[in-house]
Design a binder for this molecule. Sequence first.
Ligand code: AMP
Ligand code: MG
Length: 325
Amino acid sequence: MNLEPIKTAARQAAALCSTVQKRHFVTSQKADNDGPVTIADYGAQALIANAIKSHFPGDAVLAEESGEQFVGLVPPEQRAKVVALIGEVLGHRVSESDVVSWLDYGKDIQADRTWVIDPIDGTKGFIAMRHYAIAIGVLRGGQAVGGVMACPGYPAYNGGGALLWTENDTCMIGPISGFSGRQVRVSAIQDVQRVRVLESVEKSHAGFERMLRARMLAGLDAAPVERLDSMEKYARIAAGDAELYLRLPNLKSTRAHSTWDHAAGAALVRAAGGLATDIDGSPLDFSSGRTMARTRGMIVSNGRIHAQMIEGVRALLEEEAGTAS
Ligand code: AMP
Ligand code: MG
């Protein structure tokens, strides 16, 4: 599978997102408490889906946003702005109906291979000028087997951000604007004094106290913790810039994990020699459509501290169930 056209689309999507940040910030709130969305989310998804349509016809697509929502939620003048921006990035005119059809492309196709798009993961981070990611995963047989991720806030390449992708079962990194790349692997650190931990910024879903307690129970409480929006957390583990990304929801959270929030990241980490599993160490299950129905949380690591962290989470769950001795 040649990911070159998808890397190009991710670069184009990153350019569009950056223009939206500079020129036209408007956000809408999605229904059902699903968080904010911007015209850049729609623009990025349209560019990526169009590349899949052209280069991988017949493959299925699972994407966060929809054409119907774009038309229903975004006022006409904002729609016109993003349609013009997509044309600018592609270098030719496109119409609003092109954009709507690209947004929905592939959702009714049944195929062995499914492309999973999160056009802007960490929209709250994008709006707040923190970190966000443009993420495209590839699923086959319920497993994440490939991915491309643009991380404009990744601290690399003189502030230009980083693009990560899978290539022949390895993980590569390069600048977003540029065509070079080098292979990366997860870090070899296992010394608990040196382990770097990542977790979400958003208290609306992250169980910060639970994660702290689980790390204590795993013997990792001395580790420095960085809070970071988006799937860039997976990218940092893959590139060896951190050792542990723990994702435990808070106890009030009832929402399932979304497939597009994890597919690309899990593929990168796996290709870089790390592990991305459910909290009991079982493989992440991407076989249940838009949400990961059976998944309770994620442990993502360089592999060296994985068993220790699974044990910490097991002990936490036991405490929470009131069965700890
Ligand atoms: P992060 O940047 O790691 O906080 O993750 C952001 C992603 O988490 C966004 O795609 C959100 O849609 C998603 N999200 C928000 N609330 C929840 C929740 N309660 N459970 C799972 N995912 C959530
Ligand atoms: Mg997301």
